[in-house]
Design a protein around this ligand. Structure first.
Ligand code: C2O
Ligand code: CU
Length: 461
């Protein structure tokens, strides 16, 4: 089954649905109520079968949580699933106790239990939240949602501030979520669980309403477990203003494509010049349309473009930095013969038997001691090398970092990120100020890779 035949069927069959305005989870007392439970939705248009999913507040994606920069965010979370879970606020420079990593920063939230999350969102931008216990299983069943932190000043009217939560699903012939192969070793040891169908805000081939002659902000969030999407903003007339929640303070033209890896966000601005349809494509392989912008006459006059200014992040001091290696190894065709797991050497056969395929610096998975400890305020440079045959989306919790060098070349734009992509044989250098006390994860956001070895942690005192 390929996406193209799915798409043809959809085009022939049904009228397009409008991309929904995502609903807010906020209750009267300013506390967001968030509940994880089993639910169902049609992922493959109207003719597709119902999928059995795990959802926040019964929706795909979970409800939009929208707060102001510097605001205290309170979320009363209830777990109505059959297994333990937790909620991680991806990209927020958060108080460690609220980071939502089951087993590291909090006990897992058991079935029937609640947990009160309570934190400050220091940076404005486009974030998301997702399950962080058995993530390889819980996230691709539907447990994720958008988290928007607004700038003090309101730059875009609600109808021009558009969230596009992109998700890659593996569907069976009926168009329902395929569940038999969750956790397949074949996926873990290769590119992760890749899907065959893309949705935007939970919908197949939606129309995304835009208004002619008005500036829009598009917030793209890749909530996929493993799928890298390649986006070419210039093909639909958009410019780049930020990555992973951090705005540059300018609008950039992009030549070619930008990779939108699992967990990454891209913020764009766009002002359509005429009414009509503009296809929204991914560019991996050949252009593949998975939604259409439908531009109609404007309901309100345009306001001049105002671009949010950058958040104030602590600037790394490269001169005093401590440089640490982070070598990614393992996986199929990676040539790794053994790795360390829980203090024991595993050979290839044992790796296969235990489902451990990947390592950082020769060590798979979480150990009792951190990969490194940093003094509060210390600049850390990670010199990463991808010695595997696959791309990875490396995420650091609790901090943003500058990606400043690739393959020995200083980058023109050493942008802030919380997740960076690295392709085979690449070296990437990143720098950050370890200023947030606590225990923080470093892992691949291809969730099967994280589950089978690509996960470690560091500590900031
Ligand atoms: Cu969005 Cu540890 O992850
Ligand atoms: Cu990976």
């Amino acid at each position: 089954m390929d996406r193209r035949s799915f798409l043809k069927a959809t085009l022939a069959g049904s009228a397009f649905a409008l991309a929904p305005r995502l609903s807010l989870a906020k209750s009267g007392d300013g506390v967001f109520e968030l509940e994880a439970a089993k639910g169902q939705a049609r992922l493959y248009g109207d003719q597709g079968a119902l999928s059995d999913l795990w959802l926040y507040n019964g929706q795909v994606p979970g409800p939009e949580i929208r707060v102001k920069q510097g605001e205290r965010v309170k979320v009363r979370f209830t777990n109505k699933l059959d297994e333990a879970t937790s909620v991680h606020w991806h990209g927020i420079r958060i108080d460690n106790a609220m980071d939502g990593v089951a087993g590291l920063t909090q006990p897992p939230v058991e079935p029937g239990q609640t947990f009160d999350y309570d934190f400050i969102a220091p940076d404005a931008g486009t974030f998301w939240y997702h399950a962080h216990n058995m993530s390889w299983n819980q996230v691709p069943r539907g447990l994720s949602g958008p988290l928007i932190v607004e700038e003090d000043e309101h730059f875009f009217a609600p109808e021009t501030d558009i969230i596009l939560a992109l998700n890659d699903w593996r569907l069976d012939e009926d168009g329902a979520l395929e569940t038999a192969n969750f956790g397949a070793m074949m996926d873990f040891s290769h590119a992760g669980r890749l899907g065959n169908w893309l949705t935007i805000n939970g919908q197949s081939m939606p129309d995304i309403p835009l208004q002619n002659g008005r500036w829009h902000r598009l917030r793209l969030i890749n909530t996929s477990a493993s799928r890298i999407l390649d986006i070419a903003p210039s093909r639909f007339g958009a410019k780049l203003i930020g990555l992973d929640a951090q705005c540059f303070g300018e609008a950039r033209d992009v030549d070619g494509t930008i990779q939108l890896s699992p967990a990454q966000r891209i913020d764009l601005v766009m002002r359509p010049e005429q009414t009509g349809t503009i296809p929204f494509e991914t560019m991996t392989g050949q252009p593949f349309v998975f939604a259409n912008f439908q531009v109609t006459e404007a309901s309100n006059p345009d306001a001049p473009l105002k671009i949010p200014s950058p958040n104030q992040l602590p600037e790394p001091d490269l001169k005093s930095a401590r440089t640490l290696p982070l070598v990614m190894e393992g996986g199929a065709m990676g040539g790794m013969r053994s790795l360390m797991k829980d203090g024991k050497a595993l050979d290839m056969r044992q790796m296969m038997e235990t489902g451990v395929f990947w390592a950082f610096n020769g060590v798979a998975g979480m150990e009792d001691t951190p990969m490194f400890s940093a003094k509060g305020g210390e600049t850390i440079v990670l010199e990463t090398r991808n010695d595997t045959a696959f791309a990875h989306a490396m995420h650091i919790h609790g901090h943003h970092f500058r990606v400043f060098e690739r393959n020995g070349e200083k980058l023109k734009h050493p942008d802030w990120r919380d997740t960076f992509t690295t392709v085979p044989r690449e070296t990437v250098k990143i720098a950050f100020v370890a200023d947030n006390p606590g225990k923080w994860l470093i892992h691949c956001h291809m969730l099967g890779h994280a589950a089978s070895g690509m996960m470690t942690w560091f500590e900031v005192s």
